[in-house]
Structures are given as structure tokens and as C-alpha cells.
Write a protein that binds this ligand. Structure first.
Ligand SMILES: Nc1ncnc2c1ncn2[C@@H]1O[C@H](COP(=O)(O)OP(=O)(O)OP(=O)(O)O)[C@@H](O)[C@H]1O
Ligand SMILES: [Mg+2]
Length: 515
């Protein structure tokens, strides 16, 4: 999966550049060792060549390393990040309402924060580190064998030992890292809930309780982190002991056999020890980062998609051309496993009717509105708008054909123009937007800033003004079917209600429509 996303050619180029770097760094050591063994006269004669080779190769290594890192961080890594972010966002955007209602927000936020951060920040470093130390390890093994042929026999034993240590360290560290990532989900979840319900928390004086709960989650989330740090220190100690043992063996062998290049061998063994330690930590880091990739892949593949294959019918551009809505024996629920919210509803709304649906709170008014938008599960019956069964219509086309003022609307952090044009197949002109905004007393809010280019941020409009903004947006759209879910719930003054009433009835003046 990693190779497919990163691109085979990009990875080969990166590894090739690192090979040049490692050769450029290692070869001068071997070259210098042979030079040291020459007679003083030969050394004197070849000093220029040695310096040239040394400097040239070092420069080549430096350039190759810079090129490899630049190529990976600016070319390969962004491709990996974009691909995973895209598949995660895609899965979430097309997830049905039932999935969003039943899935913990903390775990979804965690995918976007923790997992994507691991992919963005840790994979490039871990991958560069793993490949680099692997190549260095190979080069150091070669120099060790050149330096002390007999000590080379120790390498297979060293590899077996390292493999054994790694086979214990990797699963432990991997599981601890997963625990570390997952232990952060409750913190994110509580944070999101606290921000959403800040007013309630303050009103009921739950600040201490919330802080205490948050502290408990933070403490719990630190446990795997400390355990992981302990395991890493333990690994370092074990590998340092292995290196020390190897150094003792090499010195003993070399003293006994009087090998001339013992300096090179000792130099290599010290590097070999630290490279082995680094390889295991980097490799584990990489494996863990792959865990984040796997989790995102699982999420993308296992999240249900709202767009079922049968929902592919694209209605004509002029649909709905009359605004007739017919519910026939309809039962609605938020998922196929949940009990129905509305049962056996039969209702016919003729074109141009203005229908108000009343019911106690929780009786299913918003659910009825959501059903027309294809947001809830139709367990039984059919919903037909102007002769078309909405269950078979493509979701995007269905939603852009209907105008909605939702009960809990959301303003995008974008310009006023973009917020007003949202969902309109044919965006209204600037003049029209200014005209309607002025009529509803909202344009002054934006005029003193940057007009229609003003960025809509939280504090720019009050709750009630936001509702008026949604109504303005609805009035600017030219569809034959308008759905208003508690449109006056945030508005207080009777004058406003009268104005709104008028606007509703004036709306058909654009085109006759059903409300
Ligand atoms: N996202 C959801 N997932 C599961 N069940 C839900 C969801 N939203 C609402 N419900 C359930 O559906 C029922 C009807 O809710 P709905 O929001 O349609 O009521 P309503 O009539 O609009 O209420 P209100 O007047 O308070 O807006 C409620 O019992 C509620 O528990
Ligand atoms: Mg409602």
C-alpha cells in the first residue's frame, strides 16, 4: 500500500540517492586506511590525490543527501499525505447520518488529528531514517570485514541477535504506540464536547468536574507514553551491551592475529552498534506509522457509504417543476437497525401549498424534512416528488434541487458571497444578494467590512442574525420546493415574524413554489 501510494519511481530515485550518500561517506574511510598503511614517501606523493578524493566524495555525499531529503519531503511525502487525507475526507463526507450519529466524535477527530499527523510528520522522518541506517549498516559491515577479516564472522551472529531483540521489541513497542494514540481519543472527545456545551458547563458550574475528568484522561494517556520511553531505554542498554561485547571480541581477535587495520574495524564496530540501535527504533517508528495508515485505510473501506449503487438517477435540470410531494405509507428511521421514528405516514402536498407541520418536540418534524433530502433511512413506503421516487435519485442532485433552512444551520468560514451561493446550481448575482441582504437589515453588518467578500466568522452575526442569513439564502434560491425547519425559532421580535411571513408569501413571486 505504501509503495503504491508513494510511487515506485519516486522511491527508487530516493533510495538511489541515499546509496550515493552512503558510498560517499564510507569509501573515504577505507581509502584513508589504505593510505595510512603506505610508506611515508608514498604517503607524501599521494597526499594531493587523497585530499581530492576525500573532499570530492564528501561533497558528492552532501549533495546526494540533500537531494534525497528534498525529493522525499517535497515530492513523495506530500503525495502520501494528500492521498490519505483525501480518502479519509471522502469516507467521512459520504458517510450516512446514522454513522455520524452513532460514532464517537473523538475517534473521528483522532483520525484527522493524530493519524494524519503521524503520516504527515513521522513517516517522512522514519522512512528516511530506516533506509539510511539500513544502508549505513551494510556499509559499516563491509568496512568491519575489510578492517578485521576474522571479526566479520561475528556479523551473522550479530544479525541473529538483533533479529531476536527486534522480534521482542517491535510488537511491544507497536502495541504501546497504538495504546498511546488511542488513549488520546477520550481527551479529544471531552474537549469537543466541552467546547460545544461550554455555556451549559458554565451555567451548572461543572468547570471543576470537567477539568478533573480531563486531567484523568490526560494521566491515562501518558501511561503508554512512559512505558514506551522505558522500553526504548531498555533497548538502547541491551544494544550498547552487545556493541561492547563485540568490541571486546574484535580487540581480542586482533591482538591475537595482529591485524593491521584494527583501527578501521574498531571505528566500524562503534558505528555498527549505534546504527543497529537507530535501525530498530526507526524501523519500529515506521511500522507504527504504517499502523496509522492501516487505521485510515480501514476507516475508508469500512465506513458505510450513503450513496448506494441504486441511487444513481440524475433528475432533469428543471426538476422539481411543480413542487408536489407525496409520502405513501412511509416509515423513517436513522439506520436499518434502529426503531422507526415515523411510521406509516401517508401525505400528499399539492404544488404551491404552504404547509406547516406541528408536533411536540421529538415527534419527528426534522426527521420528515431530512427524509426529503435523503438523509434518513426510508424503511418502508415511497417519497415521490414531482413523479420521481427520491430513493433512486443521486444525493447531490436531490439536495441541490431543494431549498432548506435547517433547524441548526452552519455557516462556513468563507466569504458572505460563498455562503449565500452555497448549494445553488446558478449562483445569484452580487446585486441580488446585496438587495435581499439590505432588505433584511443584514447588509450593514458586512458593508462596513469588505461587503460580500467579508469572511463569515463566529462573532460576526448573532444567533438570530444567522437564522435571518439562512432565510436570505433560501430566498435567493429558485427552487420549487422550500423546506423550513423551525425557521423562526431563533427570532424574537413580532415585527420580524411579520416580515418573515411576508417574505414567505412573496417567495412565490419568483416562481410558484411549495413551502
Ligand atoms: N441523528 C439522529 N440519530 C438517531 N436518532 C435521532 C437523530 N436525530 C433525531 N433522532 C431521534 O428521532 C426522533 C425525532 O427527532 P426530530 O429531531 O425529528 O424531532 P423534532 O420533531 O424535529 O423535534 P424538535 O421540535 O425538538 O426539533 C427523536 O426521538 C430523536 O431521538
Ligand atoms: Mg426538529
Amino acid at each position: 500500500m505504501f509503495i503504491r501510494v508513494a510511487g515506485r519511481r519516486g522511491l527508487i530515485g530516493f533510495i538511489f540517492l541515499l546509496c550515493i550518500f552512503v558510498v560517499g561517506v564510507t569509501y573515504p574511510q577505507i581509502y584513508m586506511q589504505s593510505w595510512v598503511l603506505k610508506s611515508p614517501q608514498q604517503q607524501h606523493d599521494s597526499i594531493g590525490t587523497v585530499t581530492g578524493v576525500y573532499l570530492g566524495l564528501s561533497l558528492l555525499a552532501l549533495c546526494a543527501f540533500s537531494a534525497a531529503c528534498t525529493h522525499f519531503t517535497l515530492g513523495v511525502a506530500p503525495r502520501i499525505s494528500l492521498s490519505f487525507h483525501g480518502s479519509l475526507a471522502n469516507a467521512l463526507l459520504y458517510a450516512p447520518l446514522s454513522f455520524l450519529a452513532t460514532t464517537d466524535m473523538g475517534s473521528i477527530t483522532n483520525r484527522f488529528s493524530q493519524d494524519l499527523a503521524v503520516i504527515d510528520q513521522e513517516i517522512p522522518l522514519a522512512f528516511i531514517g530506516t533506509i539510511l541506517t539500513l544502508l549505513q549498516l551494510l556499509a559499516q559491515s563491509v568496512t568491519l570485514i575489510i578492517g578485521s577479516h576474522l571479526s566479520g564472522i561475528a556479523i551473522p551472529f550479530l544479525l541473529i541477535l538483533v533479529y531476536w531483540i527486534q522480534s521482542m521489541y517491535l510488537p511491544t513497542s507497536y502495541q504501546l504506540r497504538l495504546l498511546d494514540l488511542e488513549a488520546k481519543a477520550p481527551i479529544v472527545s471531552l474537549f469537543v464536547r466541552s467546547i460545544e456545551g461550554l455555556a451549559t458547563v458554565r451555567t451548572f458550574g461543572w468547570m471543576d468536574r470537567t477539568q478533573k475528568e480531563s486531567k484523568q484522561h490526560i494521566i491515562a494517556s501518558q501511561t503508554p507514553f512512559y512505558l514506551l520511553a522505558t522500553v526504548q531505554i531498555m533497548l538502547g542498554l541491551v544494544l550498547d551491551l552487545v556493541t561492547a561485547a563485540l568490541a571486546v571480541i574484535i580487540i581480542s581477535v586482533s591482538v591475537y592475529t595482529r591485524e593491521p587495520r584494527i583501527g578501521l574495524a574498531l571505528f566500524s564496530i562503534v558505528g555498527l552498534g549505534s546504527s543497529t540501535k537507530l535501525l530498530i527504533t526507526q524501523w519500529t517508528e515506521l511500522e507504527t506509522s504504517f499502523g496509522a495508515m492501516r487505521r485510515i485505510k480501514d476507516f475508508s473501506e469500512n465506513t458505510p457509504r450513503e450513496i448506494a449503487s441504486y441511487r444513481s438517477l440524475r433528475p432533469p435540470r428543471t426538476w422539481p417543476d411543480k413542487g408536489e410531494v407525496q409520502f405513501s405509507d412511509v416509515s423513517l428511521s436513522y439506520s436499518d437497525s434502529m426503531p422507526p421514528v415515523i411510521q406509516n405516514l401517508t401525505l400528499k402536498i399539492e404544488p404551491g401549498w404552504k404547509v406547516g407541520i406541528c408536533g411536540r418536540t421529538g415527534s419527528g418534524k426534522s426527521t420528515l424534512v431530512a427524509s426529503i433530502l435523503g438523509l434518513v433511512y426510508i424503511q418502508k413506503g415511497t417519497v415521490i416528488i414531482d413523479g420521481m421516487d427520491i430513493s433512486f435519485l443521486e444525493s447531490d442532485s436531490l439536495r441541490s434541487s431543494v431549498t432548506v433552512v435547517p433547524q441548526n444551520g452552519v455557516l462556513l468560514r468563507a466569504s458572505v458571497r460563498m455562503n449565500l451561493a452555497l448549494g445553488s446550481p446558478e449562483p445569484p448575482t452580487d446585486e441580488k444578494m446585496i438587495e435581499v441582504l439590505t432588505e433584511y437589515g443584514l447588509y450593514n453588518r458586512f458593508k462596513e467590512r469588505e461587503g460580500l467578500d467579508t469572511l463569515v466568522v463566529d462573532d460576526i452575526l448573532s444567533y438570530g442574525e444567522q437564522q435571518i442569513f439562512f432565510i436570505v439564502r433560501a430566498l435567493l434560491q429558485k427552487t420549487r420546493l422550500v423546506l423550513l425547519d423551525e425557521p423562526t425559532s431563533r427570532l424574537c421580535c413580532p415585527e420580524w415574524l411579520r416580515g418573515f411571513d411576508g417574505a414567505l408569501y412573496r417567495a412565490p413571486s419568483r416562481d410558484p413554489c411549495t413551502i
